[in-house]
Ligand binder design. Structure first.
Ligand code: UT7
Length: 327
């Protein structure tokens, strides 16, 4: 059996923060942010909105689109690195809020690669027959962990959530190949201290922030984005020209352009929506998938590659033969 996506949903906070708004807080400007990243605006959640509040909306939309009921779910997996609490997991919060009382639930911590990691785990549970219906969510509210005086990070991120419902199929469509990787030796290039057990003295206003070596992450990103795409193609015997749509992690348009140009993927086969949302971490790929579907960019039989990278450092990709839910 393969895992087929039968419902997609997403959610972003209402508040839009433009580059000009950010330029009022930190020494930067719209032109620099647009040309160096492609980002024009991002969504920022208010103080009372936690990751599960965005995730539940995305999950309910995905469930509705799938035609399944919460009670049909066997498992919920959430990719997130900004959970509401250290425990219980966002997965368990969703299980309760949805009323998915039959479902097991847990979170996967792979930062911006969280959705591809969670999707791969879910796909394998379906492949081996353990579960039939699985909700996979990517959700983060990283704007709560930004140092708004660090222009190297605060310009990049936004909040959001995206979700898919998977079910087992023997139609030959669905997730055909998955590939994950971690390079923990590079982990120090993108790190959020002060929220874990290592250095609790950093907790609070002046410590619990992400820090990033932008250039090192950029170099990693362009290398592994290509590596991950080629890895899922190799597993299936497909070629770059067989890809109908690449949905890459929405971090920086220069990363996406560099890789697609190098691999010979034309612009119309690469989905980009980071200009509106910035980098929404684990939410970026399912949010882009939801918009690509709404934009009519995906049709029955298309080969779709989801590929991303993030803290860890991690990366991963999934290759999907798309099948409309009514097919
Ligand atoms: O999900 C994974 C998350 N992380 C990423 O994807 C990050 C990957 N890296 C990047 O996207 C880029 O490295 C950044 C966008 C973070 C930075 O772009 P860059 O082209 O690597 O810029 P830079 O750090 O080399 O800085 C170039 C110049 C510097 O000035 P000087 O030394 O040349 O005078 C910076 O001080 O631009 C300056 N600068 C800025 N200026 C205006 C750096 N950040 C800003 C800013 N506004 N926000």
């Amino acid at each position: 059996m393969k895992a087929k996506i039968i419902g997609v949903g997403s959610c972003v906070p209402d508040k839009i923060v433009t580059n000009d708004d950010v330029a009022k807080i930190v020494e930067t400007n719209d032109e620099w942010i647009r040309t160096r990243t492609g980002i024009q605006a991002r969504r920022v959640s208010d103080a009372s909105t936690a990751t599960s509040d965005l995730a539940i909306v995305a999950a309910e939309k995905a469930l509705k689109a799938s035609g399944l009921k919460a009670a049909d779910l066997d498992l919920i997996i959430v990719g997130t690195t900004s959970p509401d609490y250290l425990f219980p997991s966002v997965g368990c919060l969703l299980q309760n809020k949805l009323g998915a009382m039959r479902a097991a639930a847990f979170d996967v911590s792979a930062a911006c690669s969280g959705f591809n990691y969670a999707l791969t785990v879910a796909s394998n549970f379906i492949n081996n027959g353990a579960y039939r219906n699985i909700l996979v969510v990517g959700a983060d509210t990283l704007t709560k962990y930004l140092d708004w005086s660090d222009r190297g990070t605060c310009i990049l991120f936004g909040d959001g959530a995206g979700a898919v419902v998977l079910t087992a199929t023997d139609s030959g469509a669905g997730i055909l190949a998955s590939w994950l990787k971690a390079e923990g030796d590079l982990g120090h290039h993108l790190i959020m201290r002060g929220a874990g057990s290592r250095d609790p003295e950093l907790k609070g206003k002046h410590g619990r922030f992400m820090t990033m070596d932008g250039k090192d992450v950029f170099k990693f990103a362009v290398r592994v984005l290509e590596e991950s795409i080629r890895a899922v193609l190799d597993k299936t015997g497909l070629k770059v020209e067989d890809i109908n749509l690449l949905i890459p992690h929405q971090a920086n348009v220069r990363i996406i352009d560099h890789v697609s140009k190098k691999m010979g993927l034309p612009n119309d086969k690469v989905y980009v929506n980071l200009q509106k949302y910035g980098n929404t971490s684990a939410a970026s790929i399912p949010l882009a998938l939801d918009e690509a579907l709404a934009d009519g960019k995906i049709k029955n039989g298309d080969m779709i590659v989801l590929s991303g990278f993030g803290a860890g450092l991690t990366c991963g990709a999934n290759l999907i033969k798309w099948e409309d839910s009514n097919a």
